[in-house]
Design a protein around this ligand. Sequence first.
Ligand code: AMP
Length: 498
Amino acid sequence: MQSSPQFVGIDLGTTTTGLAWIRPDGNPEIVPNADGERLTPSVVYFDPHEDVKLVGVAARDSGDPDRTVQLIKRHMDDPEFTVSMDGRIWTPAEISAIILAKMRRDCSQIIGPIEDAVLTVPANFNELARKATLAAGRIAGLNVRRIVNEPTAAALYYAHAQKLRGRIMVYDLGGGTLDITILEVDDHGIRCLASEGAGRLGGSDFDERILELIADAYQSAHGVGLWENELERRRVLQSGEDLKKMLSKLRQASETVGSQRGGVARIELTREVFEAAVSRLFTRTILLVEQALASVRFSPQDIDHVALVGGGTRMPGVRRMLKDYFGTEPKTCGNVDECVALGAALFAMKGADVEEVCNHSYGTLALVEDAATGAETYANTIVIPKNTPIPCEQSQTYVTSEDNENLIEVEITQGEDSDPKYVDIIGRIALKVPPNRPAGCEVTVTYRYDENQRVKATVRDERSGKTTEVAISYEGAGVLSDSEVEARREAFDSLRIE
Ligand code: AMP
């Protein structure tokens, strides 16, 4: 047992969460939870009898979907999403904090007190989701030193464990997301060149497809459906996931499923049938690979290594597809579910020299209001393009289009599209300027993007020298203010989390 506070890395995953520390010999190692599991299912169960929250396998197996929260990571970017339980509203950050609090408490019994942590997020997590992750860590009592992108952490681990150097494409197929990232690794550090992600494409989509196969087979054999309610459906989904995993090892596998109406049945499935059923999902992942390559004008030959991350990459179909595409066998590390947490621990310890890129474009939708007529004009222009190395600061100068404008309102956008309809407005700045001015006055908009991928914007009216700065802030039932985060942090100490 060590007594000095430990630096840890935590991979707060959609389906599982892992915590790693650095052993005294300098190598990272996963720390199991108090139930002996190396990876803790990211599932929370609210017990109706005792005031206790279960996390992990016990929560997943609780058998009460109404009181069980899973896949919360998919809602971290939704300002309005909340979970209502026994009259109390829980934000996604708080649900995640329950998971992190269990990890912190359990693992500190093995490695000593845990205070500082590096948390990982998918590369394509937006600003709000990153903020919510930071809040989750704080509420759980962690001092979050940095939020690092999952593929960057994984690349750090591969660079450490297998001495990989050169251009690495990290192909990360997790439970809920797919991230494709191209990084350049040398002895001095890691530089992220491009990152593409699909926030709604992951292992659970494959589970849904296999669920359909099982349900169809059952329906044709027994003439009735396999489930009538959500609880029954989830049980079959779990069987489907087990079958999917079996098919990663065997060419043919079977699973016993049943319903009260149709009785028990053994469903046989071949890998071939499964792969045919998920071929569109495979194709979607390759399209994302192509998109990432195109964004840096690389061909497949420009990539030195493809590194596999995430449990979904155990599927032989994924490996075969990547081998066919790149012409070389993708690299694996044996513990594809753990390498993000292991890399995060390396990062927490060494603070590696990492250069990341911003994963969305940021721009402005400048609304210029004419004081006399009230006419408004919108234009969306990108100030910081996607894949710009961060931290960065970039400015763009606009001119006012009408005489007599006395209010300059700038809307801050996140997204690539030039059409305002297809970008998110993530902030607004209003700057009052002196009256009676002609059109053509210059206004400079500056965005600052820090290493945690948080954005600050400044608007400066060049004629009057007036400046306003805002940090992007979000509003919604599911968003906690800084003071609420602090209050929740104190309240969390007394929660029973098992
Ligand atoms: P992660 O977020 O990395 O924990 O990803 C977990 C995902 O990987 C889940 O969707 C699992 O079903 C999937 N997975 C884990 N092991 C296997 C396997 N042997 N074959 C196929 N998928 C797997």
